[in-house]
Design a protein around this ligand. Structure first.
Ligand SMILES: [Fe+2]
Length: 192
């Protein structure tokens, strides 16, 4: 992962911090339109996305985070993902709310629902409830923390995609959880 933590010039860190201090539902109501506006911002595209186009189109191997801009103490994290063709995440959740929007190309998101009550350690029963493609024109997808946002994101297409994700403050110690559908397994995911 090639991710550094720094300040993004076209984004006011105080605004992101103010979003991160809101309750989850209110934060998502602010974060989703913020990302949509950011995707339409020519300065963001020229400064952040265009320099990644060549890298993204030549990328092989797995998806990765090209840039990461974070608030202090995990208050928020703005991340730029590069998705080479035929890449996808594990089924996972996050220990924070999150929104993401495609800047280039499109990604497929699968959403899952948890059927069990979580009482058995490391055990999960999942049901896929929907999937859809997200392009820049489709706006932002959002996830709630933990069971409210179990998903898989990937790029099944032939062209590279770039997406921008904003995560809120982490609830708890871990980054989230990874799920293994084939054996009904779930485990904590620590940060790299
Ligand atoms: Fe995710």
């Amino acid at each position: 992962m090639n991710a550094g933590t720094m300040t993004l010039p076209v984004v006011d860190p105080d605004y992101l911090k103010s979003i991160s201090e809101l309750p989850t539902e209110l934060a998502l109501q602010q974060a989703a339109p913020f990302l949509v506006r950011l995707m339409k911002d020519p300065a963001f595209f020229e400064g952040e996305i265009r320099p990644l186009l060549e890298e993204a189109r030549g990328a092989v191997g797995d998806w990765y985070v090209a840039h990461s801009y974070g608030g202090k103490d995990h208050t928020y994290s703005l991340q730029v993902f590069i998705w080479p063709p035929s890449t996808e995440t594990e089924i996972h959740d996050h220990s924070s709310w999150g929104v993401y929007c495609c800047a280039v190309g499109s990604v497929l998101e699968e959403r899952y629902e948890r059927l069990d009550d979580g009482s058995r350690l490391d055990h999960v029963r999942l049901k896929k409830i929907r999937q859809r493609m997200w392009s820049k024109e489709d706006g932002a997808s959002s996830v709630l923390p933990h069971d409210g946002g179990i998903h898989r994101v990937g790029n099944p297409g032939d062209d590279a995609a770039i997406s921008v994700h904003l995560y809120g403050p982490r609830i708890g110690e871990v980054d989230g959880r990874d799920y293994e559908l084939s054996c009904d397994y779930v485990c904590d995911r620590r940060e790299d």
